[in-house]
Design a protein around this ligand. Structure first.
Ligand SMILES: [Zn+2]
Length: 404
C-alpha cells in the first residue's frame, strides 16, 4: 500500500513537517523561506532542508526569486509547482476507458475516451490501458519527467493490503495486479482503488465535499457499489472491500432467483444495476407483447430508459422495481452509518427523474426519521467525470501527503 512510518519516528515527524510546509506554500501561493520559519515554528535549518528537498527532489515547489528587503537579507520566495507538475486519472470501466491528464491544480489538459466492446482477458486489457496513457502523454506534449503519478479507478473487489483485485465480476478478472505493470512501464507512483470509492473521493475533492465530510456515494452503473466517506476520509474496511452493497442479497421476485456475476443468488445488482435491468428485460419481454421492447433483439439499459420516458409500461415496471430495491438498500446503509448525505451517481442514475423520484420516495419511507434533521439525498455533481476526477484526486492526495 502506501508508506507508513511508525508514529514518533524521525521519518514520521519529517513527513508531517513536510506536509505542513507544502500546505503552507500551496495555500499562500508564494511565501518567503523566512515566513515559513515564522508560520510553522520550525527551525531555519529544518526549513532549508525541507524546502530544498521540495524543490530538488519532489519538484513540488520552485524558487521564484528574491523579494524586496525590509532591511537585512532580501527574502527568497518559493511557490507551489502545481501548474507544471502533472498526474493522470483513469476510469477503467467495463464499456470504456476514460483518461485525463491534469496538473496538480486540477486543471485538465487533455482527455481520451476509449470505447471497449469486448474484453480479451486481463493482459490484452492492460495493453489497451498502457497505450491510452501513452497517448495522453503524447497528446499533451508534456515532458515525461514532469508526470508525478497515475490514479486508476477499476471495478472489482480490491484488497488494499496488497492492491490486488481479487475478483472483478464485471471483467471476470481473478487475482490481477494493475499497479505493478503500470509502475514498471511508466516509472511513476500508481494508486489503484475500487471505482465507487474513487467516485466518492472525486465528490469529496471537487463536488459536494465542499459542504459534506460524511457521506456515502452510491454508484449505479453496469454494476452497483458504494464509497463511504467518514470524517473526510474514505472508509476501507479490514481488507479494503467495504461498500459492496451491490452484492447484498435481496428478496427477489423472480422464481428460482437470478444468478449474480459474483456467483451468489439474487444480489441487489441482479435487479437494480444496468446489467441486471437489461437482463430481466430480455427474460420477460415475451410477456409484454405491447411493449416497444418486445421486438428488440439486444435490449440495453439506455433503450429501456428511453422507452420508460415515453411511457412504456414494461420499461417503467423494470425501473420501478430497480428503484424499489435500491431505495431499500440505500436506506439500510443510511440507517447503519448515519451520514450527513447520500450521493446518487453512476450512469443508470441519469435515466430520468421518474427513476430518481421513485428511489427518493422509498428512501424517505424507510430511513429512521430524525426529529431535527433529514439525511440529504443528493445527485452527483460530477456526473460521468466522478471516477476520473476521483482518480486524479486520489493520486494528488498521495503526492501532497508524501505517501508515494
Ligand atoms: Zn453478487
Amino acid at each position: 500500500m502506501t508508506q507508513n512510518y511508525p508514529k514518533g519516528s524521525a521519518e514520521y515527524i519529517n513527513r508531517l513537517n513536510k506536509i505542513k510546509v507544502l500546505n503552507l506554500i500551496r495555500e499562500t501561493g508564494e511565501i518567503s523561506r523566512a515566513e515559513i520559519v515564522k508560520e510553522t515554528g520550525l527551525s531555519a535549518p529544518t526549513i532549508t532542508r525541507i524546502v530544498d528537498s521540495l524543490i530538488n527532489n519532489e519538484k513540488l515547489a520552485f524558487q521564484i526569486g528574491i523579494g524586496t528587503s525590509k532591511g537585512g537579507r532580501p527574502p527568497v520566495i518559493v511557490s507551489f509547482n502545481g501548474e507544471d507538475s502533472y498526474v493522470i486519472g483513469i476510469d477503467w470501466g467495463r464499456t470504456h476507458i476514460f483518461g485525463i491528464l491534469s496538473n496538480l491544480n486540477g486543471d485538465v489538459l487533455v482527455e481520451e475516451d476509449l470505447r471497449i466492446e469486448t474484453t480479451n482477458g486481463f493482459d490484452a486489457d492492460l495493453n489497451r490501458l498502457v497505450s491510452l496513457i501513452e497517448g495522453l502523454i503524447a497528446k499533451s506534449g508534456i515532458d515525461k519527467s514532469k508526470l508525478h503519478g497515475i490514479g486508476v479507478a477499476a471495478a472489482g473487489f480490491i484488497n488494499k493490503r496488497n492492491d490486488i483485485i481479487e475478483y472483478s465480476p464485471n471483467f471476470k478478472w481473478e487475482g490481477v495486479d494493475i499497479k505493478k505493470p503500470v509502475i514498471r512501464h511508466f516509472k511513476v507512483p500508481v494508486i489503484v482503488d475500487n471505482v465507487s470509492r474513487v467516485m466518492a473521493q472525486g465528490e469529496l475533492m471537487y463536488g459536494i465535499g465542499e459542504k459534506y465530510k460524511d457521506f456515502i456515494f452510491i454508484n449505479v452503473g453496469y454494476g452497483i457499489g458504494s464509497g463511504i466517506i467518514m470524517n473526510g476520509l474514505p472508509f476501507y474496511g479490514f481488507d479494503g472491500m467495504a461498500g459492496e452493497i451491490g452484492h447484498n442479497r435481496i428478496i427477489g421476485t423472480i422464481a428460482g432467483g437470478i444468478e449474480c456475476s459474483c456467483g451468489k443468488l439474487d444480489c441487489l445488482e441482479c435487479y437494480s444495476s444496468g446489467r441486471g435491468i437489461a437482463k430481466i428485460a430480455m427474460k420477460q419481454k415475451q410477456f409484454y407483447p405491447h411493449s416497444t421492447l418486445n421486438q428488440i433483439e439486444n435490449i440495453s439499459t439506455e433503450l429501456i430508459a428511453e422507452a420508460a420516458r415515453k411511457g412504456d409500461e414494461f420499461a417503467i415496471y423494470l425501473f420501478y422495481q430497480a428503484a424499489d430495491y435500491l431505495g431499500l438498500a440505500i436506506a439500510s446503509v443510511a440507517n447503519t452509518f448515519n451520514p450527513a448525505a447520500i450521493v446518487l451517481g453512476g450512469k443508470v442514475m441519469q435515466s430520468g427523474p421518474f427513476f430518481q423520484e421513485r428511489i427518493r420516495s422509498v428512501f424517505n419511507r424507510e430511513i429512521i426519521q430524525q426529529p431535527t434533521r433529514r439525511i440529504e439525498l443528493l445527485h452527483s455533481q460530477l456526473g460521468n467525470e466522478a471516477a476520473v476526477k476521483g482518480a486524479i484526486s486520489l493520486i494528488i492526495n498521495e503526492i501532497l501527503n508524501f505517501r508515494v
